[in-house]
Ligand binder design. Sequence first.
Ligand SMILES: Nc1ncnc2c1ncn2[C@@H]1O[C@H](COP(=O)(O)OP(=O)(O)O)[C@@H](O)[C@H]1O
Ligand SMILES: [Mg+2]
Length: 225
Amino acid sequence: MRVDVRGVHKYFDTTTSKLRVLENVDLQVEKGEFIAIMGPSGSGKSTLLFLLGCLDVPTFGHIFLDEADVTEEPESVRERIRLHHIGFIFQNYNLIPTLDALENVRLPMQLAGVRANERDARSMALLRLVGMDVKADEPVNNLSGGQQQRVAIARALANLPGLVLADEPTGNLDIRSSKEVMDVIRTVNENQDITTIVVTHDPKVAAYANRVYYLEDGRLRATVL
Ligand SMILES: Nc1ncnc2c1ncn2[C@@H]1O[C@H](COP(=O)(O)OP(=O)(O)O)[C@@H](O)[C@H]1O
Ligand SMILES: [Mg+2]
């Protein structure tokens, strides 16, 4: 999926003032590219990712995903885009703790109405891809952080998205698990041509990307590696 952010501003109204989080952000990401976004805490990285993921709308400006201006679409369409075309990976994994690994991966396919036998086959294949097929029947509560994040990556891929958005995916992981998780994200990006945008504090994580951007004082700028 191609991502084209044009002149995006995002303001939040607080009781006392207007918080200007993003100021005139432009960003173009070609299909299959892998980019990283860095920046201080509170600089608006998650806000930008939420906008890209159709979880929120800009105050001004436009976001095109492929040809569609998603800022102009009604919520029902944006919801469908989220379910079918975007995979999310969060710092805290956001798995459903009472379900096992396979059930977690299967859930987005159930929501999308994928047929049962296809659903099971694809869930198992995705768990194999992230090296978690041996833990398919394990409640995710029993898994380590790195293992949970790999299940979360499989879940993000459930409906074969064109865009993967990861918000501090290694923020809670040790060095070894971080590397395992990032190796999986890179493999998916390269082998399946999925556009990948990762927000991170960690230069080792950012080094996986083709390009690195820095967000500060509401402005997004490209950095030289
Ligand atoms: N829904 C919201 N309402 C009001 N303020 C918000 C909201 N979401 C984020 N903010 C504020 O916007 C700023 C950027 O937040 P965020 O995007 O989470 O930063 P980062 O992910 O870079 O740490 C912060 O000051 C935060 O408090
Ligand atoms: Mg954040």
